[in-house]
Structures are given as C-alpha cells and as structure tokens.
Design a protein around this ligand. Structure first.
Ligand code: G3P
Ligand code: CA
Length: 312
C-alpha cells in the first residue's frame, strides 16, 4: 500500500469509530450574499434580513473601485445587478461590459442595486444601493452591539488576478479595512475566502495575516491537486461546491482529519437536486449525514430551521 493509500485507509478506519465526527458541534449558517433569496444580493437590506433570520456569518463578495474602495459585489462587472447601463451608457469597455474598477465610489453611489434572478424580488426598483465593505461591517458590528449576538463576516476576494493586472491594491486594502474594524488574529469572527490558492497563500506569507482563511473548491480535481494537508498549511476551512461532497462524501472526514472545517456552497430553495424533496431535506443530509460544519444558503431562515430541529 502506498503512503497516500495508507493515510486514507487509516482515516476511513478512524472515521468508522467516529473519531473525526463533529456531531453535536454548532453548525454555522452562512448567509450567501445576505438573505439573497428574498432581497437583492449584497445590499444592506439583505444583510440585515440575514442577520435577523439567525445567520452566524454574512457573506460579502468583494470588488474594488478606481479610487481603491472595496465594495460588495459578486461580479467583476456591474452589468447583471445594477442599472449602470442606464446611468453611465458611455462607460463600457471594448468588451461591452462595465467594470467597477473604472468608476469612483462617488459614481458607484449613483447606481441602484438590482435583483439578479427571475421570480425573486422585483428587478425594476430603485430601493437599494451598493454598499462598501466598511458599511457592511458597520451594519454587522452595529447589530452585534444592539442585539448582544456575535455574528461574523465572510468576505470573498473575487478575481484577485484581475485587480493585480489593474494595479489596484485589492488584498492589502481588505486587510487594512479588517484591521480598522478590529478583525485581528486566528480567533477573529471572520473567514476570508477565495478560489485562488495563490492569493490565499499570499495573504498568509506576504501580508502575514493570521486571520482565518477559507479555500473555495470548484471541483474534486482541484481538491485532489491541492491536497488536504497543503491547504491546511495556510487555511482553516474549505468551501467545496456541493457536488464535490455528493461525489465523494469521505471528503468531509478527510478534511476534518486535516483540521479543516467544511463549508460547502450554495443551498438554494429554487435549485434542489432531484434526489431531495426540498432544500431542507438536502441540508439535513449535508449537515447531519455528511457532517459538514455549515454552509452557504440564499434563505438563511431555512437552514436555521433545519439546525434548530436537532435542538428540540
Ligand atoms: O463563496 C461561496 C460561494 O459564494 C461561491 O460562489 O459564485 O456565489 O461567489 P459564488
Ligand atoms: Ca461568494
């Protein structure tokens, strides 16, 4: 038996005796882009709703403006979730897209955030703006002060190589903002997530952050290429696409054995695999059969209900 095979065989044996089980440990509800199933993603309203629904973490995907301000936006472009084409019709690049990196914060303030998906919140409203990361943090920390709860943040560095090419200080600014708001050291109530292993390693090695990091995983090939032990050298958690766990449920035990939490993405009421009656059944399976530590959900109230079932 090769070294690798022996390693995984011993994990299987230990898992059979429950040595890596996190049964009984608190599962964390991560509000995906806020309560994005009910309100347009990455708006302060969606974050506040997620908080009120009992989320343990609120996610902020990040983009950067031309004047170096971090804003909460999923895409590298403004097209899908704002009215940019109506407000600034002449500001698209040759590829026909509008990039936040070409706008100042003052200009971003003139846009309205819109619903991305059909059959959710009506798209044609002018109720919402794009928040900055600082505003998102102020909201969460303000609610922590007024409620006595301790909800964390879960920012994602989206497309760091794009900002590197644009000569914009993406990672450095994130760490500066987090330090300003007291996120400091390995016990801070935050995970910084990214799909790029090199960006996360740079945070650890070049920027010397000691904050918790989470490696996003798009497929099992990526996970196999990286390996649990290597990831555990710089991160505290992995965020696999849900199908990675469906294809290989032992992934969770193997990650736990390496000291990594497992926070898969994304549970959505409207997109449930055929094997499950509804998203609650899907989440029960992931949380209590596969033993994930928490997950990203567009409807945080539904995951809260599933987590609370175990407490009754
Ligand atoms: O960050 C977890 C999950 O949100 C990754 O996918 O595209 O929704 O950012 P995406
Ligand atoms: Ca994300």
């Amino acid at each position: 038996m090769t070294g690798n095979k022996m390693f995984y065989a011993s994990l299987t044996f230990m898992a059979a005796f429950g040595l890596f089980s996190t049964a009984g440990a608190e599962k964390v509800i991560i509000a995906h882009r806020g309560a994005s199933g009910y309100l347009p993603e990455h708006t302060l309203a969606a974050y506040a709703m997620a908080y009120a629904m009992g989320a343990n973490f609120i996610e902020q995907d990040l983009a950067m403006t031309r004047d170096h301000v971090l804003i909460c936006l999923h895409d590298s472009t403004l097209d899908a979730t704002t009215d940019v084409a109506e407000v600034f019709p002449d500001r698209k690049r040759a590829d026909g897209k509008y990039y936040p990196a070409d706008f100042t914060l003052e200009e971003i303030r003139r846009l309205h955030a819109r619903e991305r998906l059909p059959r959710r919140f009506p798209r044609e409203t002018r109720l919402f703006q794009i928040p900055t990361l600082e505003e998102a943090i102020q909201l969460v920390q303000g609610l922590n002060a007024s409620t006595g709860r301790d909800v964390g943040i879960y920012p994602e560095l989206k497309d760091p190589s794009f900002y590197k090419d644009e000569a914009l200080p993406f990672e450095q600014t994130l760490l500066e903002v987090l330090a300003k708001y007291g996120y400091d050291g390995p016990d801070a109530n935050i995970y910084i997530q990214c799909f790029s292993p090199s960006a996360l390693m740079r945070l650890r090695e070049e920027f010397k952050t000691t904050l918790p990091l989470m490696q996003l995983i798009s497929d099992n090939k990526m996970l196999e290429g990286l390996g649990y032990e290597k990831i555990a050298g710089y991160a505290q958690a992995i965020g696999p696409e849900k199908k990675c766990i469906e294809e290989n449920p032992a992934l969770v035990t193997q990650a736990h054995a390496a000291g990594l939490k497992v926070h898969p993405y994304t549970f959505r009421k409207e997109f449930v695999p055929k094997a499950y009656a509804d998203v609650k059944e899907e989440m029960r399976t992931f949380l209590f059969k596969y033993d994930i530590d928490g997950g990203f959900i567009d409807q945080p109230d539904l995951m809260k209900a599933v987590v609370d079932e175990q407490k009754q």
